[in-house]
Design a protein. Structure first.
Ligand SMILES: NC(=O)c1ccc[n+]([C@@H]2O[C@H](COP(=O)([O-])OP(=O)(O)OC[C@H]3O[C@@H](n4cnc5c(N)ncnc54)[C@H](O)[C@@H]3O)[C@@H](O)[C@H]2O)c1
Ligand SMILES: [Zn+2]
Length: 374
């Protein structure tokens, strides 16, 4: 192991009682051992991954971590695994393999493995350290940052969980080479979200470099990941537990979550539902005179250009609205919308009549901007 390793400048997350770096660099996976050394030296390490990620990248990670002793725990891929039963199995495996208070869990996968790994780490022996190596774009720009962990219940998504921060996050854009294109696009909508809520330069970059980004060029993806992760890190650092500031991250999510629920999580990937949600919020903002028409057009055009996204199909707007009122982000029965004011600035608005929301959704269904994509 070399000393004096030249590490790329990390992005820092600082929350009360915890501070950790996010390193983002092409090729980072092969140097994971060096980067993790300060956290894992002399400690037992347990890798949690899903079988798809492990098939593609397991060998390279194992090589990078050698000779550090590691045990590998694999789960089947997919959102259905994100449940308490799987966490129990993970905890049991940890116990059987001799995990102690000083052991470290490495979550190596997308948001499912990250959320579940973080949750398992937060409750096993009342909390062991964990680190994240996110392998989807969504996880690299969003879910691996900020310490929200959890699992789903039959009654809804992410209903059981904790706030529990990792010790370090390593993001390697090269890992996205094996990611299905649809997953890549879905993650890019979260990057567009970051651009609209707080980064006009990222917005321009996404608009100007769409071809490279969609082709999966690692240099372009690295820029997008860095800017998006920096924005999320900043927001989380100012507001760890979803007070008013962290709620800006929900731009596109009020309608997005409702749409996912109304279609039983089968029709859309999360980012795709958020794309529809951002279009709805943009229209809402344009109608309530908070957003100039040219700005609205720029946003709609950028979102549209990163499609295709499945249509809303036959799902009635009333059904989508009904799910909005049961979302856990509703406070005291009042639905909050994050609405753009211009590229890089959003505001939180409450009390928009459901009828207005429903008619915007109906209009979006009729005009479907994604129909014109490609
Ligand atoms: N904690 C948070 O703040 C937060 C934020 C947003 C989303 N989430 C959660 O994240 C989850 C979604 O995460 P996701 O979109 O990463 O899904 P995911 O983890 O299910 O990964 C998507 C698919 O891609 C595969 N995959 C992962 N990396 C790959 C790679 N490099 N190459 C090939 N295939 C790969 C996986 O096996 C899986 O089949 C949801 O459960 C959501 O609730 C959490
Ligand atoms: Zn999201």
């Amino acid at each position: 192991m070399t000393k004096n390793v030249q590490h790329a400048d990390p992005i820092l997350v600082k929350v009360p009682g915890a501070s950790y770096p996010i390193f983002i660099q092409n090729g980072l996976l092969s140097k994971a051992g060096e980067y993790l050394q300060p956290v894992v030296a002399g400690r037992k390490m347990f890798i949690l991954s899903d079988s798809t990620v492990w098939k593609f990248w397991g060998k390279e990670l194992s090589r990078a971590l050698a000779p550090h002793p590691c045990s590998v725990l694999l789960v089947a891929p997919g959102e259905r695994q994100k449940q308490l039963g799987t966490v129990e199995k993970i905890a049991l495996q940890l116990a059987l393999h001799g995990a102690e208070r000083s052991s470290v869990l490495l979550a190596f996968g997308g948001g499912v493995v990250g959320d579940m790994g973080g949750f398992a780490a937060s409750v096993y022996l009342r909390g062991i350290d964990y680190v994240q190596i996110p392998t989807t774009l969504l996880a690299q720009v969003d879910s691996a940052i900020g310490g929200k962990t959890g699992v789903n219940l039959a009654a809804g998504k992410n209903l059981v969980g904790t706030f529990y921060q990792p010790k370090i996050v390593l993001s390697d854009p090269r890992l996205l080479r094996t990611l299905p294109e649809r997953e890549l696009r879905a993650g890019l909508f979260e990057a567009i979200k970051c651009a609209v809520i707080g980064d006009p330069d990222l917005f321009e970059y996404l608009a100007q470099n769409r071809r490279e980004i969609l082709k999966g060029k690692t240099a372009a993806l690295e820029q997008v990941i860095r800017a998006s992760a920096a924005l999320k890190a900043l927001v989380v650092s100012k507001d760890e537990k979803e007070g008013d500031l962290r709620r800006v991250l929900n731009f596109g999510h009020t309608v997005g979550h409702a749409l996912e629920a109304a279609t039983r999580y089968r029709r859309f990937l999360h980012g795709e539902a958020v794309a529809w949600g951002m279009l709805a919020a943009t229209r809402m903002a344009a109608q309530t005179d908070g957003l100039a028409p040219q700005e609205a057009d720029r946003m709609v055009e950028l979102i549209r250009s990163y499609g295709p996204v499945p249509s809303m199909g036959k799902t009635p707007a009333s059904e989508i609205c009904r799910h909005m009122t049961v979302d856990k982000k509703v406070r005291d029965g009042v639905i909050h919308f994050v609405l753009p004011r211009r590229v890089g600035e959003v505001t939180i608005v409450k009390g928009i009549p459901q009828q207005r929301v429903a008619s915007i959704i109906e209009e979006l269904k009729r005009t479907d901007p994604f129909r014109q994509t490609q």
